[in-house]
Ligand binder design. Structure first.
Ligand code: HEC
Ligand code: HEC
Length: 507
């Protein structure tokens, strides 16, 4: 078949099906990549020996553009990423341990063994490597890629104290070939598995940073990426934030959506469960991915299922609580009255003192605490970083940090900070910051590093040398974040540091 008939056939198929079918995508891959990657028995050289996430494929192809001059339109690039993620992606179980990197979770700290940690996680997350599966040969070539593109890798700290290339090519390549081989049972099974269509209604629960805990419903329409999404998020006080946008589904389960929610652009990085009935991941502000929160979802009508409650806890007295989930029409509650709605069931409570209300239907059960007093509070996260930013036309914007206060009871042993403590839920708090130590006080970090807002969001200051500070220091700082609620106090640690200038999809 000549190239000409090939592309005519592809064009014809596109017209008939209205979407990008596999054959056309395979053709597009050939057309875009075979100029440099030669056809071999197993497929295109270098490309056929690896599997990775949509973000991973995107990073590779962007490098082909930036470093090697690949010329590809945004639409074709998206189609190639879709095709490669579908045919050479990761199984849900393979991606599961490292989703924090895809979700851009600002608080996750990796803990790794040596020598892998200093060899492969000093420039970027270890997840960037562990979210790939390759043949043994491809893992070896990957070490060559690093030294070829970044020769200073051998002279930098943690590179010059060892024979970096040799260790990478032997010990590390062997380790990765064993841990993350191209062929796995998980991937073979997942490719063969029957996938449920993603279209339909989804009941979801999350937190909109600075706005509050929220539940909602999203309706997905379509048969192929991009799917259309519409729906709404509702906060505890009943305020409705309309939501709409588009979603691409990669590898049969990797949900990537861009949504407008009440005027703010959000990104959803979610995984569809293997049975296709639940969703889990993180939703964040697209302009500011540090501002995000976990999101869970359940397919509307898929049996009985409870995601949780909004709000997560209530002061004793009269309260309306939304039990979020599906199939909750006959929910039985230990107290109060229930009224089913589109998002599950609303619970009207009238409580006194401290206690826990339980509710269930079928196998689904849940609970919510009501409190008149709490024993301690916790700040979540206990440790995080923020980054100064702005102040120039091209530099990165400031990266804020988002804190929540959580109320706790001591539990049966009467001691705070032990295993039997009961996590009540989120409580309203007053926020402030203090200098973390003497040097921070000397540098007046609280004055310069940024501002703590009433919502628990810390907004860092502008970047660049500041002539008003000793040594014209940047507006960095080390701060104690303090929460006060119901007469109790708790602290967390915040490092306000410099910008991240290079910020690829997988950090
Ligand atoms: C203009 C030449 C050129 C084109 C076109 C090109 N590549 Fe590459 N590709 C290279 C070179 C050179 C390397 C080896 C150096 C590197 O990894 O950056 C490479 C390496 C790779 C690797 C191995 C990277 C790794 O991490 O080990 C993958 C995968 C890849 N390319 C995918 C693609 C895909 C997919 C396309 C088409 C969308 C494509 N390339 C188009 C030149 C090209
Ligand atoms: C000196 C810093 C440095 C070290 C050490 C390092 N990397 Fe990287 N790595 C990079 C940079 C920079 C890129 C981004 C290349 C690009 O633009 O796509 C990268 C890219 C990657 C990618 C994505 C490339 C692709 O196209 O698929 C993987 C996977 C990866 N590294 C794994 C590893 C592993 C495994 C090790 C340990 C052997 C390692 N890295 C050590 C700097 C480093």
């Amino acid at each position: 078949m000549t190239a000409r008939t090939g592309s005519l056939t592809a064009a014809l198929i596109i017209t008939i099906a209205g979407t990008a079918p596999a054959l056309a995508s395979e053709r597009l891959l050939q057309d875009s990549c075979s100029g440099c990657h030669t056809a071999e028995e197993s497929g295109l050289s270098r490309i056929s020996g690896q599997r990775k996430t949509p973000e991973g494929w995107m990073m590779t192809i962007v490098r082909m553009q930036q470093a090697h001059g690949l010329d590809i339109s945004a639409a074709d690039r998206r189609a190639v990423v879709q095709h490669l993620s579908d045919t050479q992606g990761l199984a849900p179980a393979e991606a599961a341990p490292f989703r924090y990197a895809l979700e851009k979770d600002p608080n996750y700290q990796e803990s790794l063994e040596e020598p892998f940690a200093s060899m492969c996680a000093r420039c970027h997350t270890a997840a960037r490597g562990l979210l790939q599966n390759r043949t043994a040969e491809e893992w070896e070539l990957h070490m060559d890629f690093h030294v070829g593109h970044f020769p200073t890798i051998e002279y930098q700290a943690l590179g010059r104290d060892r024979e970096w290339y040799k260790i990478a090519r032997t010990e590390i390549a062997d380790y990765l070939a064993e841990q993350n081989p191209l062929e796995t049972a998980a991937w073979t099974d997942w490719r063969a598995a029957e996938k449920q269509p993603v279209a339909g209604g989804w009941v979801v629960m999350t937190d909109l940073p600075g706005i509050g805990e929220a539940y909602g419903k999203l309706t997905v329409i379509g048969e192929n990426s991009p799917y259309q999404i519409s729906g709404e998020f509702v906060t505890a006080d009943g305020t409705v934030h309309p939501a709409s946008g588009q979603m691409n589904l990669y590898t049969g389960y990797e949900w990537r959506a861009n949504l407008d929610i009440g005027g703010t652009a959000y990104r959803q990085v979610l995984a569809l469960s293997e049975d296709g009935n639940s969703l889990q991941g993180r939703q964040f502000d697209r302009g500011n991915d540090a501002l995000g929160a976990p999101l869970t979802g359940v397919r509307d009508g898929a049996g009985s299922s409870i995601l949780g409650t909004v709000p997560s806890a209530v002061p004793a007295g009269k309260a309306r609580v939304q039990v979020v989930g599906t199939g909750l029409e006959s929910l039985a509650s230990s107290t109060g009255s229930t009224a089913a709605n589109d998002f599950g069931t609303a619970l009207s409570l009238s409580t006194e003192g401290n206690g826990i209300v339980t509710f269930s239907t079928g196998n689904a059960e849940g609970q919510i605490a009501h409190y008149a007093s709490i024993d301690s509070i916790r700040v979540e996260p206990e440790f995080t970083i923020a980054r100064v930013g702005g102040g120039s036309d091209s530099g990165p914007a400031a990266v804020p940090a988002y804190f929540n206060a959580v109320g706790m009871w001591n539990g049966p042993d009467g001691q705070a900070g032990t295993e039997d403590d009961v996590r009540i839920g989120r409580v309203d708090a007053q926020w402030s910051v203090a200098n973390a130590h003497d040097h921070a006080a000397h540098m007046k970090d609280t004055e310069y590093a940024g501002e703590m807002q009433a919502s628990g969001i810390f907004l860092p200051a502008i970047a660049g040398p500041n002539a008003d500070r000793p040594f014209s220091a940047n507006n960095v700082g080390e701060l104690k974040v303090q929460a006060e609620a119901m007469g109790l106090r708790a602290e967390a640690m915040l490092i306000v540091t410099v910008q991240r200038f290079i910020d690829p999809p997988i950090r």
